[in-house]
Design a protein around this ligand. Structure first.
Ligand code: SF4
Ligand code: SF4
Length: 341
């Protein structure tokens, strides 16, 4: 494990950015946001960014390809630029876990080569949480906020940043920073983990359980009368899906520019009334059905198809952003029975 004094963070970031594009959370008027590092950029103190780190691998919009039509001939133009290596610093444990959930979707056959390309070029420098929020419940899904995964796992221990490389990509990057960093025995990190775990255990949602949900529970929950009350006030605004690190629905549209056709992929939301609308009609006609789809997917369908893995990481973003204060915790408490009373 290596460490560097906090007052030398700018030198560390500068050294990383010499070879790779570096992104890190910075404060903006709209809250913390991942931005490209520039000399003097200050790392945000915020626990989490408003939008998650999934944007790096699954951007909100992207131009997949262009077409040129000439009579009966169609030329397909590959618009992809070769992705260069990049480093994301400050990814929290919940967001790191979300990559595993997205990987199971985009890296399953047929592999999404756009996503795969970005995943292969990205190096994750995660950052352990020290002061989790009241809205955090990553522990419900077995995530330890004091000890995230990642290529390099970082811990802020008072006056130092400690870094532990966990993968070949991480080791290669950390060894390049040798002249700036020094070896540490990791005792400060262990101490800090202990304190953070105590804080995590005292969070209001620390005892929230997902045990009643999971693989094979479709029949148990699909027809539950509680969906009516839960979904009644939902505006169908889609905010919860757009801030969520694990939501992965998208739409593909062709746009005629007059000089050719551009094919775009854009995030979509199962909460929208025109989601997956086909010429034959709309498969989910009511907001109740759309609302149920979102939560059944996270708590039942995804685990059913992915060996029991839930597709929520307890980041708490939907708890703080929904305009009507509806969220997955309320759904779990209402439907989850005794475990969550
Ligand atoms: S649950 Fe909340 S954030 Fe999500 S679509 Fe409904 S109103 Fe919007
Ligand atoms: S459902 Fe809510 S708490 Fe769960 S990962 Fe998505 S935004 Fe975070």
């Amino acid at each position: 494990m290596r460490k560097i004094s906090i007052d030398k963070l700018n030198s560390l970031f500068s050294a990383i950015a010499e070879n790779e594009t570096l992104y890190l959370p910075v404060d903006t008027k709209a809250g913390a946001k991942f931005e490209k590092w520039h000399d003097g950029a200050v790392l945000s103190d915020a626990l989490n960014t408003v939008r998650s780190a999934k944007d790096f691998f699954f951007p909100q919009t992207e131009n997949l390809m262009d077409f040129k039509v000439d009579g009966k001939n169609i030329e397909i133009i590959d618009t992809r630029e070769e992705c260069e290596d990049f480093v994301i610093f400050g990814v929290r444990a919940c967001d790191v876990k979300s990559f595993e959930i997205l990987d199971r979707v985009f890296l399953a056959e047929p592999v999404d080569s756009y996503y795969k390309n970005r995943r292969e070029h990205g190096v994750i420098m995660s950052l352990a949480c020290t002061k989790p929020h009241e809205t955090c419940f990553c522990g419900t899904f077995g995530i330890d906020a004091s000890s995230p995964e990642g290529d390099i796992v970082c811990h802020m221990t008072g006056d130092a940043l400690c870094m532990d490389a966990k993968t070949e990509k991480g080791k290669a990057l950390l060894s390049r920073l040798d002249s700036l960093t020094e070896e540490t025995d990791g005792k400060a990190v262990e101490e800090q983990k202990k304190v953070t775990k105590e804080r995590l255990a005292k969070l209001p949602l620390a005892s929230l359980s997902a045990d009643s949900f999971g693989a094979g529970k479709t029949e148990k929950f699909f027809g539950a009368p509680e969906w009516k009350e839960l979904s009644q006030a939902c505006l169908g605004c889609g905010t919860c899906t757009f801030v969520c690190p694990t939501c992965q629905c998208y739409d593909i549209k062709d746009f005629n520019t007059g000089h050719g056709v551009k094919r775009f992929r854009c995030w979509d939301s199962c909460m929208y009334s025109d989601f997956t609308k086909m010429s034959a009609g709309q498969p989910r006609l009511t907001q109740l059905e759309r609302f149920r789809q979102r939560f059944m997917h996270k708590l039942v369908y995804y685990p059913t198809n992915n060996g029991g893995l839930f597709s929520c990481v307890g980041c708490g973003r939907c708890l703080s952003k929904c305009p009507i204060q509806m969220n997955i915790v309320k759904v779990m408490k209402k439907l989850g029975g005794k475990e969550n009373d």
